[in-house]
Ligand binder design. Structure first.
Ligand SMILES: [Zn+2]
Length: 165
C-alpha cells in the first residue's frame, strides 16, 4: 500500500475558442472547412490550455476540443499560430466526421488526415504572402525528422528541399 490518495478524475478546464481566437469565422479558408456550419461550429468550439513548454497544439480525440500550449501561444510567431489554428480546425472537422486522426499504424507524414490539414494550412500560407522557403521552414517541426519532413513535403506536392529535380 502506498498510503496516499490520488484522485484520478482531474478536471479539464475548457474555454470558448472565440474568447481567444476572434475573426476566424471571416477567414475564407475556415469557411471552406466548415461551409454553412462555420459560425455554429466555432461558436460551440472549446479550447484547453496547457502550460507545458513542449508541444504546440492538438485536438482531443475524446471530444474534438482544441488544445493549445500557453507557452507557444505567448512566444510563437503569430502567422504560425494562425496557420496552426487553421490546421487544427481541419482536424476538428475530421473529428466531427468520425475520422480517426491518429492512426498509429500509419507514419505521421503519410496520414491522410495530416496531409489534408497541412494542405489547407499551406494554401493559406501562400495566400497571406509566405514564400515557399518560409513555408518549408514552417513545416519543419520537432516531431518530424528530416526524412519525415521531406516525405510530408512530397505528399503535399511541394518541391523537396535540396532535391535534384
Ligand atoms: Zn495535425
Amino acid at each position: 500500500m502506498l498510503g496516499v490518495t490520488i484522485r484520478r478524475d482531474a478536471p479539464i478546464n475548457l474555454h470558448w475558442f472565440k474568447a481567444y481566437f476572434q475573426g476566424f469565422e471571416e477567414v475564407q479558408a475556415v469557411r471552406d472547412i466548415f461551409g454553412d456550419r462555420t459560425e455554429e461550429v466555432l461558436a460551440g468550439l472549446q479550447v484547453e490550455f496547457f502550460s507545458s513548454r513542449f508541444g504546440f497544439m492538438g485536438v482531443s480525440e475524446e471530444d474534438g476540443h482544441i488544445m493549445v500550449s500557453t507557452h507557444y501561444l505567448k512566444s510563437g510567431e503569430e502567422r504560425e499560430i494562425y496557420l496552426d489554428i487553421i490546421h487544427e480546425l481541419v482536424h476538428v472537422r475530421q473529428f466531427h466526421e468520425g475520422k480517426e486522426f491518429f492512426p498509429e499504424d500509419i507514419p505521421y507524414p503519410d496520414r491522410q488526415t495530416e496531409i489534408e490539414a497541412y494542405a489547407v494550412a499551406v494554401k493559406e500560407a501562400r495566400r497571406i504572402g509566405m514564400g515557399e522557403e518560409e513555408i518549408l521552414q514552417y513545416l519543419e517541426v520537432p516531431w518530424m525528422d528530416e526524412k519525415d519532413h521531406a516525405r510530408l513535403v512530397a505528399n503535399l506536392g511541394m518541391d523537396v528541399p535540396g532535391g535534384s529535380s
